[in-house]
Design a protein around this ligand. Sequence first.
Ligand SMILES: [Fe+2]
Ligand SMILES: [Fe+2]
Length: 262
Amino acid sequence: MLSAKSLFQEILDNDESFRLFCSIAASGESQGGWENARIAALVPESERALAPKITRHGADEDKHGRIFNALLKKRGLEPVEVPPDTDYTMLLERHGIGLAHDKLKADRPLTVRDVITYLAHSRVTEQRAAEQMAMLVKYFADHPDLGRAVRMISADEDNHLAYSHEELLRFAAAGHGPYIRRTLRECAHAEIRVHRDVSLAVMARMGRLLGWSRARSALLAAGIHAMYAAERAAGWRRMVTLRTPERRDALGGPATAAPEIA
Ligand SMILES: [Fe+2]
Ligand SMILES: [Fe+2]
């Protein structure tokens, strides 16, 4: 049977595929952590109040990176190098989505538009992260090794998504609506393509590690293309709407620690 659950189960059960999965996840999370830490450091004077939330956002992503590394260690595995075609965060940056790393590495303060660009990028990518973690929680909330980790990361990604909605709405109310809408659209369209390409690359590698038949690999690739077609037609719209989140000020206060999660 080919379900998302059985697919993930197979990936988790094999050391090599588990190693690739956790390595890719850890690397993406740590990159997100680094980006947010730089953005927090470069926030313009007028947006200083946002800095602690951006710092918290980065600290959460760093924590997620450490959790995935700890899951590897617990199983006695070392992380592997992340193949470039599976590097979601880097590919988005290459496509000019979010803030360029050159800008983050420089020591010039960001502009208000840069901050909005960061929030729009977060709105779109945190939607993806929240949905993927919700799927893992649905299947593996009670998993002896992964359960706590996926529940904690999922709750954090929901907070990140709520925060990006709330802050973008604040900027929209301050007159930045047209720029926000344009940026969200661009970001969503690029994200669904990058997500498709990364999914194809990850599944091709998993297929080789797990010895999948040609037919099975072809079926999975077809599924990824079908999902892209649906997102291209209408699904992207879910990534660009803004509504006041149920949970307000989701990133107010310090990051919660990850006590011996793995
Ligand atoms: Fe994360
Ligand atoms: Fe996140």
